[in-house]
Design a protein around this ligand. Structure first.
Ligand SMILES: [Ca+2]
Ligand SMILES: [Ca+2]
Ligand SMILES: [Ca+2]
Ligand SMILES: [Ca+2]
Ligand SMILES: [Zn+2]
Length: 520
């Protein structure tokens, strides 16, 4: 009965079977943790084989009944990404895996949430109790109870005896059922980023999403602290005031701050900080919409009786809907107005998603045709994750979101044009694409040739205007294609003086004008 395979050979068979990307013993912090847990400096997650007699449960990738007994190595294989843990039994002679016995059991609980009705959430059974720990997504989605304290180390699990998280049990004076909303929101945020945008958790590498509910006494806020999400209870004991801030939109908003940290890394100050906040509002709306489109998608925090911003009508909360417009926050408070000037970005997203005809604070009339929230989300995500950097400003968001739309939907797509139109609507204009070096030469008595330098990477064409006066009376005489740098104006009167100007166009928006230094 001595084994044919060595323990190490058998382990390699087990790992080939599991096929995880990373294992716990490959992660230094996990190794440190197990040493601490077991109070043993030699402790490790690295699987140690044990020779056992085991019934054959698997053959040719099938589960079989009445298998024979055989000598096998038993390994405890704990993988980090994707997370799983099971005893793997490897036939000590043939090297085939004959049994897989899951230690982490993924289960679905029924959650009677505070704000979103009855929902299914993934939980884990441990020591006879179900906990709000979803082990099936990335390295886990976990929701903990801070019991109105402020120390993360003192947090405990929310628990349920039968995985039916009912209102009778959890809609108590502590409002513990708010934890179910948080857990749901974190799961749905993970799912949107993973399934729609192809991002595995906020770091793109399956990081565990840890949410801490019941932070502090009557704490009326929520935040990402650089590693975990934290949620206050709103007004203490009140049923009419603000409720625990664990709504779908707020939960997604906080996780989105983590996404921003790992992507654009927008500095939390003035314009870059406003965009950091604006992106979080965008993801709050997007995730809320993905779960329940009948909710008030464009109002932040309303489910907790804590409405704080409107993406559809920022002015309703005395926030700006136009860049540098009414209610633009221009002093140093609130990190330079990050929770106010954010609304220029979130309103841009609203306009791009839904569409609107109106006038902004500069008196510019706009007409944006909505492209739908999911397309707008893809454009926003590509802008945030591929193009923007820590000190980006609104003009960069304009340039790169148009580029992102072109990447995704084509250079002359409606999506790109409406992206530009929505920026025009919120008063972020094209300042970079103005042609330069405009020249005019007389080709004949009746023809003048114009030439200019094309400074735009995203134009749909150039607009040529002409007048017989220096400062007025310009009319459009032609449009030429994208990347054109010349235009021949023929059939002119021989004795007239002409003034020209040229601008780059993108959809219905355009750059400022290039002027001729003198008339011809
Ligand atoms: Ca129960
Ligand atoms: Ca909402
Ligand atoms: Ca306004
Ligand atoms: Ca060009
Ligand atoms: Zn925020």
């Amino acid at each position: 009965m001595s084994p044919t395979l060595s323990q190490e050979q058998a382990l390699q068979k087990a790992l080939a079977f599991v096929g995880a990307k990373t294992y716990k013993w490959q992660i230094a912090s996990e190794e440190a943790w197990v040493k601490e847990l077991k109070n043993d400096t030699k402790a490790t997650h690295y699987p140690k084989g044990e020779l056992v007699i085991c019934k054959i449960y698997r053959k040719n990738h099938q589960i079989i009944e009445n298998g024979d007994l055989t000598l096998a190595y038993k390994f405890d294989v704990f993988s980090h990404e994707p997370i799983s843990r099971a005893h793997i039994y490897v036939d000590a002679h043939t090297g085939t895996v004959i049994h897989q016995d899951a230690i982490i059991k993924h289960v679905d609980g029924t959650a009677h949430t505070r704000y979103s009705g009855q929902r299914t959430v993934a939980t884990t059974l441990s020591n006879g109790s179900y906990r709000l720990r979803d082990a099936s997504r990335g390295s886990g989605v976990e929701t903990y109870n801070m019991q109105r304290g402020t120390s993360y180390g003192s947090a405990v699990d929310f628990m349920d005896n039968d995985n039916q998280w009912t209102g009778t049990e959890h809609d108590n004076s502590n409002k513990d059922n708010a934890s179910l909303d948080c857990h749901l929101g974190a799961i749905k945020t993970y799912d949107y980023f993973k399934n729609v945008l192809g991002r595995n958790s906020f770091d793109g590498n399956g990081a565990a999403i840890k949410c801490y509910v019941h932070y502090g006494q009557g704490y009326e806020n929520a935040f990402w602290n650089g590693s975990v999400m934290t949620f206050g209870d709103g007004e203490m004991n009140g049923s009419t005031g603000s409720q625990p801030l664990t709504t779908l939109d707020i939960t997604a908003h906080e996780i989105a701050h983590a996404v921003c940290q790992y992507t654009a890394g927008l500095v939390y100050s003035y314009e870059s900080g406003a965009m950091n906040e604006g992106f979080s509002d965008i993801w709050g709306a997007v995730v809320e919409h993905s779960v329940d489109p009948t909710k008030s998608i464009w109002t932040m925090g309303d489910d907790a009786n804590f409405a704080i911003r409107s993406m559809s009508n920022p002015n309703a909360f005395q926030h700006p809907d136009t860049y540098l417009g009414q209610y633009w926050y221009s002093s140093g408070g609130d990190n330079g107005g990050v929770h106010y000037n954010s609304d220029v970005l979130n309103h841009w997203f609203y306009l791009l998603s839904v569409g609107k005809t109106g006038a902004n604070d500069n008196g510019d009339n706009y007409a944006v045709t909505g492209i739908g929230i999911d397309k707008a989300a893809r454009i926003a995500y590509r802008t945030e994750s591929v193009y923007l950097t820590s000190n980006s400003e609104y003009k960069d968001a304009r340039t790169f979101s148009i580029q992102a739309a072109k990447d995704l939907y084509g250079a002359t797509s409606q999506e790109a044009i409406q992206t530009a139109n929505a920026w025009y609507a919120v008063g972020v204009y094209d300042t970079q694409s103005t042609p330069t070096n405009l020249t005019a030469t007389t080709a004949s008595g009746t023809q003048i040739n114009l030439a200019w330098t094309d400074n735009s990477t995203v134009e749909t064409g150039f607009i040529i205007e002409r007048s017989t006066a220096a400062a007025s009376g310009f009319i459009q005489i032609a449009t030429v294609a994208a990347n054109a740098t010349t235009y021949a104006n023929k059939g002119l009167a021989t004795d007239a003086v002409y003034y020209y100007r040229v601008k780059a166009a993108l959809g219905t928006t355009s750059s400022t004008y290039a002027m001729l230094p003198q008339p011809l």
